[in-house]
Design a protein around this ligand. Sequence first.
Ligand code: ZN
Length: 124
Amino acid sequence: MDLFMKCAIEEAEIGLQEGGIPIGSVLVRDGRIIGRGRNRRVQYNDPVLHAEIDCLRNAGRIQNYAECTLYSTLMPCYLCAGAAVQFGIGKVVAGNRQTSRERGSSSSPTGSRCSTWTSTSAKR
Ligand SMILES: [Zn+2]
């Protein structure tokens, strides 16, 4: 498995230990993690604190996101996909397309499938 996806899963596992929703994310540039985060909606009673948003916040402001790859253990929702497009993040790698609830299984953050898509804004 991809090292960066493993790091995103680590974040998801921390979130689960905190009693939260097990979704993790890391932002990578030049082969280095420059931000990481996890879904903290439950922990902070914050409806928009998704893993990808937490990750982007923790990375701080970046001049150019086109060379960045956003890893998420789950296919980003409209909010997070919108953020990826808004910032022009070059690539998004998702660990799984479905939540554990949709799969009808336990709340394991690990997924067996991996999807990659390129932000359309990065191609302009
Ligand atoms: Zn989201």
